[in-house]
Design a protein around this ligand. Structure first.
Ligand code: HEC
Length: 108
């Protein structure tokens, strides 16, 4: 019985890992996203993400901030506060990936 249970867990974790692998962004898309981050997001948040019209998006500034709230901000924007929505241009998955890069610190 236990063996069947363990097998099931193994099968489930295996199918999950192959799924997330298939959803990974291609390195080409990742490079395009980093370029966009510096040039489009950077026009307000600063080329080095240290802030400008928009607040800094450095690892320090984002430390402890909730991923869901941050990704909602990028997805829907804050129209009354000059942060444009990126819905339609970026997928949820791409936004989460970008925020993870920002939290780690993007290479300059
Ligand atoms: C036109 C200027 C502008 C552009 C372009 C812009 N932002 Fe913003 N962004 C803002 C402003 C202003 C705020 C702060 C809004 C507020 O809370 O008052 C903000 C807030 C944010 C926040 C929330 C920060 C926090 O500490 O809560 C994130 C994350 C963010 N922007 C990411 C991005 C990303 C990623 C891009 C590019 C895809 C981008 N922004 C492009 C102006 C901009």
């Amino acid at each position: 019985m236990l063996r069947i249970f363990l097998l099931l867990i193994f099968a489930l974790s295996f199918s999950n890992s192959t799924k997330s692998h298939a959803e990974e962004l291609t390195s080409q898309r990742q490079a395009a996203l980093i370029h966009m981050l510096k040039h489009d997001c950077g026009s307000c948040h600063g080329l080095t993400m240290k802030g400008g019209l928009g607040p800094p998006l450095t690892p320090d500034a984002l430390a402890g901030k909730d991923m869901d709230i941050l990704s909602d901000t990028v997805f829907y924007g804050l129209p009354e506060r000059a942060m444009p929505p990126w819905e339609g241009m970026l997928s949820r998955e791409e936004i989460v990936w970008l925020i993870k890069q920002l939290k780690k610190g993007i290479p300059q």
